[in-house]
Design a protein around this ligand. Structure first.
Ligand SMILES: NC(=O)c1ccc[n+]([C@@H]2O[C@H](COP(=O)([O-])OP(=O)(O)OC[C@H]3O[C@@H](n4cnc5c(N)ncnc54)[C@H](O)[C@@H]3O)[C@@H](O)[C@H]2O)c1
Length: 382
């Protein structure tokens, strides 16, 4: 029946309504307007500990109901999938309980506090046979997806180097407390690690996706501010996270990697960049200019050879024919819309979209090796 939307309802229960809660809710609301899908996400319930705030969020974003206890939410029969948007220390418990209830799971990154937790989560979703995905959303920025196509086409030839940075500057003040909304990132008990799990995890996920597995690492980590007041206890407490981390690595394909992340790079807010140097060509990408893919091809004619700046906004570029007309831009939030579209399409076709929990566990293992190497000062196998 042409023109009639026959999409089946897919009921979402979202836990946590902070930064990611908003990014995901926006994606669920928009996705069927732009993508033709067999499923339509329905905003069934949102959960957070403060019932009043959860209700206000539900009203603002169009959720049908609100819960104050995540266990109640995952037990509900009218929920098909649970979206985990809480701090990292809750991912494992919620994911395992949700898998046992037979729910699909969309889990925020990093998958877990560490690889031991991640392994339990992978086992739980695979045992239950439930759909699962982790929100490493940068894979679905069109220019990054296009980079993947270029790498997979073999146009770069043998890859020699992969380098990535993720730089911020928001924790330089020694007066910034740790713990609580957003600031849980500074509290090792809630975050598991600092920039390694928060920022480098994104860089590592993209790197593994584009350039294959990482086999060994040598890292340097630092905590510049050693003590901060804790928002929850009110006491000055030791800071347990890594404020900065840089590491070298070897990829399984023989290429060399160089990664750096910090929240102490004055002037940088979210400078995620990567560069790949191959035998024939190189690629560069920068989150601050996310539609651009810089491309250098040594096989171009001599005098005209140089870096090309491709505006990845044409209809033949990944995802772009779903949006406006060629040349018009989309933004950060669209990477989440793309992830929901791919997740639902994978569900309909029985071909799960990645990164699955199992894929994200590879990143978790690299993060563990990086942190272990930072402590020991030794090269460490992944
Ligand atoms: N994919 C990305 O680019 C990206 C970006 C930011 C954050 N994240 C990840 O998303 C997750 C959440 O980060 P955020 O920035 O949205 O944090 P946030 O502090 O903005 O929000 C966290 C939410 O979790 C809720 N919460 C905490 N404990 C809870 C509990 N016991 N029961 C129910 N709700 C609870 C809080 O009320 C809050 O709404 C983290 O795992 C983080 O690493 C991913």
């Amino acid at each position: 029946m042409d023109g009639i939307d026959m999409a089946k309802n897919f009921n979402i229960g979202m836990i946590g309504y902070g930064f990611m809660g908003r990014a995901h809710s926006n994606a669920y609301r928009k996705v069927n307007n732009f993508f033709d899908l067999e499923y339509r996400p329905v905003l069934k319930a949102v959960c957070a500990r403060d019932e009043k705030k959860a209700k206000a969020f539900a009203e603002k974003w169009g959720y049908e109901s609100a819960e104050a206890d995540w266990r109640k939410l995952i037990e509900r029969k009218d929920i098909d999938a649970v979206d985990i948007c809480t701090p990292n220390n809750l991912h494992k418990e919620i994911a395992i309980a949700a898998a046992q209830e037979g729910k699909g799971i969309l889990c925020e990154k990093p998958l877990a506090m560490d690889a031991a937790e991640g392994a339990e989560m992978v086992a739980a979703v695979e045992k239950a046979g439930v759909p699962n995905i982790v929100w490493y959303n940068y894979r679905r920025v069109p220019a990054v997806t296009f980079a993947k196509k270029l790498v997979d086409s073999g146009k770069l030839g043998r890859v020699f180097h992969y380098r990535a940075n993720f730089l911020q500057d928001w924790t330089i003040s020694a007066d910034l407390p740790q713990g609580g909304q957003a600031l849980w990132r500074l509290d090792v008990a809630a975050a598991g690690s600092g920039v390694t799990g928060d920022l480098l995890a994104h860089c590592i996920d993209t790197a593994i996706w584009l350039n294959g597995g990482i086999s060994k690492v040598s890292a340097m980590t630092e905590t510049f501010i050693k003590e901060r007041k804790h928002n929850l206890t009110g006491k000055v407490e030791k800071v347990g996270i890594d404020d900065a981390c840089a590491f070298l690595c070897r990829f399984a394909n023989g290429s060399l990697g160089l990664f750096e992340s910090t929240r102490y790079a004055r002037g940088h807010k979210a400078l995620y960049t990567f560069e790949i140097n191959g035998e024939h060509a190189s690629i560069k990408w920068d989150l601050h200019d996310l539609h651009r893919l810089e491309w250098f091809d040594h096989r171009d004619e001599g005098p005209l050879r140089g870096w090309r700046s491709i505006h990845v906004s044409d209809g033949e570029h990944p995802y772009m024919n779903k949006w406006w007309v060629p040349g018009l831009q989309i933004g950060y939030e669209h990477s989440f819309v793309h992830q929901v579209a791919d997740f639902l399409d994978g569900l309909a076709k029985g071909k799960p979209a990645g990164p699955t929990f199992r894929d994200a566990q590879e990143t978790q293992k690299v993060c563990d090796a990086v942190l272990a190497s930072g402590r020991s000062g030794q090269w460490t196998d992944v």
